[in-house]
Design a protein around this ligand. Sequence first.
Ligand code: AMP
Length: 290
Amino acid sequence: MKTTESTTEQTQSTTTQESSTGAKKSTWKLQDFEIGNYLGKGKFGQVYLAREKRTKYIVALKVLDKEQLKREGVEHQIRREIEIQSHLRHKNILRLYGYFYDRQKVYLILEYAAGGELYKQLQECKRFSEPEAARYITGLAKALKYCHDRNVIHRDIKPENLLMDSNHDVKIADFGWSVHAPTTRRTTLCGTLDYLPPEMVEGREHDSTVDLWCLGVLCYEFLVGEPPFMAPTQEETFKKIKDVDLRFPPFVSIDAQDLISRLLVKDTLQRMSLTELFEHPWIVNNCPAQ
Ligand code: AMP
């Protein structure tokens, strides 16, 4: 690991953070970290492995370029992401320990997910076995239950937003589209096309049940290797979503088909709840130690 002593002046942080030792720290700066391997590039910046010098605690440091955030008009989105993610504490949600900034960059101090992207893993093996998929879906459903109980809707559950830790536990990593939903329902069109629920495609109001739809699409993609409403054009995908044109290859078990069909329901009130999901035979039989 090389150290970064040549850091920028005017580094600031505004959050009070707990370090791994439980010690509170109110002002992080780049000099507090040794920067290690490059982990990857996202839409708005780079991510590096880093170690907090005092505690030796390993984290992932996401470096965002302020100018780019401004140019792309996503400052508000990043602020919301930080505000929401930093308050969530769940085994299946990537921790955001804190943030700081200098003149040019914003730095997010994130939990390090040693297993990398779930998306890459799915690409490599094409599809997951049913027990493996059930374990991931159970972890995600638990994380979503935790979010919904706190009036947070994620709205963008898809393989690209999921990371894995060293135990192969799945972590929701991106809260860029999440919203607090105390009583209001939001109608913004967001998320990847293949994962959009009918109510969002049709521009209707939506609530936390959008995450149940996305969980159904994700479960299908885990088992089949591609999302259920994939089509050559956007219009065709939208039509398939609106018609809930759902077909299963024969290798998908009857129980898995049943679970997915109960999540991919057009009437949001009839969609299977997360509590019902935990009791579904496909989850119970494939993931007994949930
Ligand atoms: P992102 O900007 O969040 O899309 O991140 C870009 C890439 O960096 C991802 O695709 C991952 O490969 C990697 N990455 C991001 N966050 C982490 C993390 N907390 N732990 C490990 N790798 C990460």
